[in-house]
Design a protein around this ligand. Structure first.
Ligand SMILES: NC(=O)c1ccc[n+]([C@@H]2O[C@H](COP(=O)([O-])OP(=O)(O)OC[C@H]3O[C@@H](n4cnc5c(N)ncnc54)[C@H](OP(=O)(O)O)[C@@H]3O)[C@@H](O)[C@H]2O)c1
Length: 337
């Protein structure tokens, strides 16, 4: 049994593969999961670089989600999980071959998904579900703008928006535009050029859009807010523009907008935030939302898109692949030889 442990903040190579021992006694609500695939999230990369405020102190094992097989259970009431293929949330520690997890973080894998696809579900889909449905209340007659549309959350959001029937606009690196159009996005622009806001104003006849989901932060939140139509909502869920270093984080913080209540009121707009890493105290809600997501998967309405799978021994290349903006959708680690 092993884990990939980051020793200190630094480049993709600052990890060690360490031996791991599981504790002998499971609590009645716990299961032992033998991990097959671990999902990589942008937060893992920020944690490795030392720019993720919620990360555990070094040395640490990151990772928010896995798929695997339940090998042991803490009590008879969990018998329905034994030897089942599952997908799981992990409160860090996901880059491991074996995990002991509370049963409420473990969900039986839909039969129409392979184990790779299963590891791509928890974080991306729950985040997108909250942004579009739980808090964003997107409707069929509305338009959504999805920033970073080619990332894991972006593709999950596109699928949910298509299911709702909304018009979809996106932003991403230019190299991802063609694929995004094929995926069902109606318009796509590059968010690293200044003109996207004017272009989208033009395309919407200066009306703007009803829902914008923005993981970039800083100046981007300011620009996104300006593009909201009356009754529009801005869902903020990441600060990737501050991910590079403490300096970029400071710059991003200084560029952040301040939303005045009177201005929100007079403009008929709202702003909200989503941080999955701060919802561990709400397992009942998470179970409810996950069951709705799994139902959509069971009905073949949504289907996670896995871009690339790396061996756990190539975790450095996997991080670099995402950092170099090469990924289109989910990147996974295969946690066995
Ligand atoms: N609040 C939450 O609960 C929550 C949950 C999940 C994710 N998130 C946030 O959502 C964002 C996307 O996450 P994800 O997992 O969907 O992404 P991902 O699949 O890991 O994709 C990363 C993509 O982010 C873009 N990007 C933006 N800034 C970048 C940078 N400085 N270096 C490299 N790539 C950069 C690139 O797309 P382009 O080529 O298009 O630029 C890249 O391909 C991140 O900010 C993440 O922290 C938040």
């Amino acid at each position: 049994m092993f884990s990939i442990q980051y020793q200190k903040a630094g480049p993709s190579t600052v990890y060690k593969i360490i031996e791991k021992n599981l504790k002998d006694d499971l609590q009645p609500n716990e299961v032992h999961v033998q991990v097959k695939y671990s999902g990589i999230n942008f937060a893992d990369i920020m944690a490795r670089k030392g720019t993720y405020q919620d990360a555990p102190p070094f040395p640490c094992v990151v990772g928010y989600e896995v798929s695997g097989i339940v090998k042991n259970i803490g009590s008879k009431k969990l018998e329905h999980l034994l030897e089942r293929e599952v997908l799981c949330f992990t409160h860090f520690g996901g880059y491991s071959s074996d995990l002991i997890l509370p049963a409420h973080c473990v969900f039986i894998k839909p039969q129409n998904l392979c184990m790779e696809q299963a590891a791509a579900v928890p974080v991306n889909y729950l985040t997108a579900y909250l942004l579009l449905i739980g808090m964003g209340s997107l409707k069929a007659h509305e338009t959504i703008l999805i920033h970073n549309a080619g990332g894991g959350v972006g593709l999950a959001a596109i699928e949910l928006a298509k299911y709702i029937g909304a018009k979809i606009m996106g932003t991403a690196s230019k190299s991802k535009h063609q694929k995004l159009l094929e995926f069902g996005v109606d318009h796509v622009l590059d968010y690293r050029t200044n003109s996207w806001i004017d272009e989208y104003k033009k395309i919407t006849n200066n009306q703007g859009v009803e829902l914008i989901i923005d993981p970039i932060g800083g100046l981007s939140w300011k620009n996104s807010y300006q593009l909201l139509r009356s009754t529009g909502r801005l869902g903020m869920f990441g600060i990737s523009s501050g991910s590079e270093s403490k300096f970029s984080q400071l710059k991003m913080l200084l560029q952040m907008p301040i939303f005045h209540p009177i201005s929100l009121l007079n403009n008929n707009r709202s702003v909200f935030g989503v941080n999955m890493g701060r919802l561990w105290h709400e397992p009942d809600k998470a179970i409810l939302w996950m069951n709705e997501i799994l139902e959509l998967i069971n009905k073949n309405i949504i289907r996670p898109y896995v871009d690339k799978v790396f061996s756990y021994k190539d975790v450095a290349s996997a991080h670099e692949y995402i950092e170099n903006r090469k990924n289109f959708g989910k990147v996974l680690l295969k946690m066995f030889d």
